[in-house]
Design a protein around this ligand. Structure first.
Ligand code: MN
Ligand code: MN
Length: 455
């Protein structure tokens, strides 16, 4: 096999870099539990590094560093290269949405002296993994007067957490006969948020107490849930995993691990020949659709702005810029799990600790829905990886006919860009606690940096 375990190749100096890079990442996913939070963190770090808001720049020149956001859920940062935009960009693209539960529009109800919130899950989850764990709430409540109330409950010191109950094993005789898809049903993923009864006129109510709390603390009424977007995510910080601290356990590695390493690579690559970009998109877990998904016209519009502000916009130049662009679609790969080895084909699996993972194609069954990267392009990528002494592996998603999945690669491929999937192997993908290797995180960061500089 071409790939090998990278841990044994590190000097002490490199080991220190691997471990310290992971510290920054742990902080990022601990604070970045939703796409909005990730954008907020990215904007802050971009500004600290001298990036300017594209909207506030009337002209751009070589070496300028700018960022753009879209509806609080997309982020793109650029460093203008010495070649014109028309010659194409070097793009790292990752998604910052992760599987979770969303609060419904009419969520709040009381039953048997509990107050509960109804949810609707987002993305592909094993529903039984989301019960009996501490959960946090993040999001916004948008009021009719135009004000937006930010919600963040469960991760700040002293905060309460919420959660979803499950039946005690003693009485689970019937439940245990159900198959795993049905053992916890979507409609039963309701969040317990209170149990204290108060006297409200001549009624005794738990819901009334919760509504009073919401009014006092956030100034919101029950009706304001109609225009709210509140996401339910695992509470608690990302942590070292394993006695040797070689891995990170956390929520949302898919795909914030690639988002973080891509953005850090952009920050560290500096000015390059071609204009460089890290773009973070939303809605990948539900098909990349809508205004904030990769299929949105937003990214194309931002490239048009770049052309305009460098003084050379026209439609043909925009098309050429997109078509000449080379991209890594940075998304996670399914890490080989020795407990479930049978779903993989060993030679073409992604292993934790063997470096960044490239997928020529993803898709299901007969590669359905995949972006099948041009081998000519991958040869170029492979050369740059080898020249940069970067550890990489190649894989596909499981055995043929076992399942499958997709990424944003094909969507940017539609512009005629050269795109290849490149990311980090994850164990427990889409579970509330996912696992990555710190070595892979560091190799991905090095790989993304080399790509921006040398492709
Ligand atoms: Mn993903
Ligand atoms: Mn995913």
């Amino acid at each position: 096999m071409y790939s090998k375990n990278v841990w044994k190749t590190y000097s002490n100096d490199e080991l220190e870099k691997v471990m310290s890079f992971a510290e920054g990442y742990k902080k990022f996913i601990t604070q970045g539990k939703t796409e909005r939070e990730c954008v907020r963190l990215a904007v802050k770090e971009a500004e600290e590094n001298g990036y300017k808001n594209l909207d506030e720049c009337s002209t751009l020149k070589v070496g300028d560093k700018v960022y753009a956001t879209n509806k609080g859920k997309n982020f793109a940062a650029f460093v203008i290269g010495s070649e014109g935009i028309e010659q194409g960009l070097r793009v790292l693209g990752a998604h910052i949405d992760s599987p979770r539960l969303d609060i419904k529009q009419n969520p709040l109800y009381e039953k048997n002296e509990f107050a509960l919130l109804d949810t609707h899950y987002y993305g592909g989850i094993k529903k039984y993994q989301w019960v009996t764990i501490p959960l946090a709430l993040y999001g916004v409540v948008c009021k009719k007067d135009g004000t937006v109330v930010n919600i963040s409950i469960g991760d700040n010191e002293g905060d309460p957490v919420v959660g979803i109950s499950d039946l005690l094993i003693h009485l689970a005789g019937d439940q245990m006969q159900k198959n795993a898809a049905r053992v916890i049903e979507g409609e039963d993923l309701d969040l317990t948020i209170g149990s204290q009864v108060i006297k409200d006129g001549d009624k005794e109510t738990v819901k009334g107490n919760i509504l009073n709390l919401l009014k006092e603390k956030y100034g919101i009424e029950e009706e304001d849930f109609l225009s709210a977007e509140i996401e339910v995510v695992p509470a608690g910080p990302a942590r070292d995993y394993g006695l040797d601290r070689s891995m990170v356990a956390g929520y949302g590695h898919d795909d914030r691990v690639c988002a973080y390493s891509s953005f850090q690579a952009l920050l560290s690559a500096g000015e390059c020949k071609y204009t460089t970009c890290a773009v973070l998109v939303d809605k990948e877990e539900v098909g990349s659709i809508g205004a904030t998904g990769a299929q949105s016209k937003w990214f194309e519009n931002v490239i048009a702005e770049l052309l305009d502000k460098t003084g050379s916009y026209n439609d043909l130049k925009l098309r050429r810029a997109l078509s000449n662009t080379k991209m890594l679609s940075s998304d996670v790969s399914a890490g080989f799990d020795p407990l479930y080895a049978g779903v993989n084909e060993a030679k073409n699996s992604a292993y934790l600790g063997r470096g960044i993972c490239f997928n020529k194609y993803t898709g299901s069954r007969g590669k359905s829905g995949c972006n099948d990267c041009m081998p000519e392009y991958f040869a170029e990528v492979r050369r740059v990886m080898d020249e940069g002494d970067i550890h990489f592996q190649t894989s596909e998603l499981g055995r043929v006919d076992q399942g499958g999945g997709g990424t944003i690669a094909y969507i940017l491929g539609n512009y005629n860009m050269n795109v290849v999937d490149a990311g980090i192997a994850v164990l427990n993908m889409h579970a509330p606690m996912e696992i990555i290797s710190k070595a892979d995180l560091y190799e991905a960061y090095k790989a993304y940096t080399a790509f921006l500089k040398n492709i």
